[in-house]
Design a protein around this ligand. Structure first.
Ligand code: ATP
Length: 431
């Protein structure tokens, strides 16, 4: 099997790492890839083609007999990568552009949830010329609100105002000043919920749904969840708040109605559906859908797959709508991923810092690369999130100890990371 993997983050390195363990996988071309995917035994980076240049990728894929395309980032899915490859008979592990609207348009996904009675925050949608109506709605709410640019905004399009005044300024930023560009052409104003958050990634062929162990990520740059939002500074899985009862409710009230509803409405979902939940006092509620693997959740969760799970066979079963024919099993225990970022991220930061990685003895610690590249004979930083150090252990404390030992093995100028990944789960477990 020859695979084309699209993207350049830690998520893609983790996918390449797991896929390359399959005896059926002969070669993985990663476009554009990073310093980590440049060095795996079966991978080759395609940095001369842009991941958004579908014509060039199809020409390459036909010539090299690619059997499966695995896109990482959402933009490619929203832009219709699946349809382009389907036209030449190459399957894509990911939804088509109609199904990708579940992430590409929050207005669309909220309406979908309403149609299918999927628990979510109460909401209204406003077009940018409806600022007066949006302000009147905010004033009429007897609860705090959240403002969301409907379109893709790189994880930055959500505002959490603390007063009606702040909410009105937020609406002006999105609707008048176009702070998020055309992503803010529609704005979702929704009820602010409270509770722990949970990420549930589920693999599906449009019929069968297999949830992966639930994860929690850490969005803020600072310890104790302070400072600016980032792409994610770490994750762990399974999250102890995801009890069997909670997971059962999530499956029956959210995941199943979502996948069944999409199929019945004519845009069946194939790939990984990432559903963000808030576990409120009145049960789990959907905050958002993502139509692809999460980053950094993937760098943790893939370490939990049993050794005998062949990820390429799972992906092929999905694109052939026979996921019920494969068994996905997970190791007992915990996986943790700690992100090492460049100093200054998520604001401005310098690139090109030399990275040294000392040998790590434990087979349960894996150093995934994100913003790294090879310059001459050196590995250097090339992005805000540089490395994801992931570790598996039978206990959460063991996984944390192993991951932070791995963090010590990586050095580059300005290395920035949070020391409190998963600490709330640890204190909940001990308290
Ligand atoms: P992501 O980077 O996860 O893709 P996004 O920009 O698509 O983010 P959401 O996940 O919808 O947006 O929201 C981002 C964050 O805002 C959530 O993780 C959550 O912390 C907070 N949030 C979103 N909706 C609500 C809500 N209704 N009540 C409280 N907090 C919320």
């Amino acid at each position: 099997l020859r695979i084309l993997l699209l993207g350049s983050g830690g998520r893609e390195h983790a996918l390449a790492w797991k896929l390359s363990q399959s005896p059926y996988v002969e070669k993985i071309f990663v476009c554009p890839g990073n310093g980590g995917t440049a060095n795996l035994s079966k991978t080759m980076n395609l940095d001369h083609i842009s991941a958004g240049d579908f014509a060039a990728l199809i020409e390459f894929s036909v010539r090299h007999q690619i059997a499966l395309v695995v896109p990482g980032p959402e933009q490619l899915l929203v832009d219709g990568v699946e349809t382009h490859f389907r036209k030449v008979g190459i399957p894509v592990f990911g939804p088509n552009c109609l199904a990708a609207r579940m992430e590409g348009s929050k207005a669309f996904s909220k309406d979908f949830m309403e149609r299918h009675s999927i628990p979510t925050a109460n909401f209204e949608v406003f077009a940018s010329h409806q600022i007066e109506q949006a302000i009147a709605y905010v004033k009429s709410c007897n609860h705090k609100v959240v403002l969301k640019a409907s379109g893709l905004a790189g994880g930055k399009g959500v505002l959490l105002p603390n007063s009606v005044g702040e909410a009105i300024s937020g609406l002006q930023e999105i609707m008048v000043d176009s702070a998020f560009g055309s992503a803010g052409d529609l704005v979702v104003v929704e009820e602010r919920l409270e509770g722990p958050e949970l990420s549930v990634l589920a693999i599906t062929d449009g019929y069968t749904i297999v949830p992966l162990p639930a994860a929690q990520d850490h969005k803020r740059i600072g310890e104790g969840d302070t400072g600016l939002n980032t792409g994610g500074m770490g994750a762990y899985s399974p999250a102890p708040v995801a009890t069997p009862v909670v997971m059962e409710e999530i499956m029956s009230k959210a995941l199943k109605p979502t996948i069944d509803g999409m199929r019945k409405e004519g845009f069946p979902f194939v790939g990984v559906l990432f559903t963000g939940f808030m576990l409120t006092a009145s049960g789990p509620k959907v905050l958002e859908y993502n139509v692809r693997f999460g980053d950094p959740e993937t760098e943790a969760i893939l370490l939990l797959l049993s050794e005998d799970v062949d990820l390429s066979s799972v992906f092929m079963a999905c694109v052939e709508h026979r996921l019920d024919s494969v068994t996905l099993t997970f190791k007992p225990g915990f996986a943790v991923s700690v992100i090492l970022a460049s100093q200054g991220y998520p604001g401005g930061y310098e690139k090109g810092k030399t990275i040294e990685i000392a040998p790590i003895q434990s087979p349960d610690v894996v150093v995934f690369h994100a913003g790294t590249t090879i310059a001459g004979d050196k590995l250097v930083t090339s992005g805000g999130r540089v490395i994801a150090v992931s570790a598996y252990s039978p206990t959460l404390q063991g996984a944390l100890d192993a991951a932070y030992a791995g963090v010590e093995a990586v050095s580059f100028e300005g290395k920035t990371y949070r020391r409190d990944i998963a600490h709330s789960a640890l204190s909940a477990a001990s308290g």
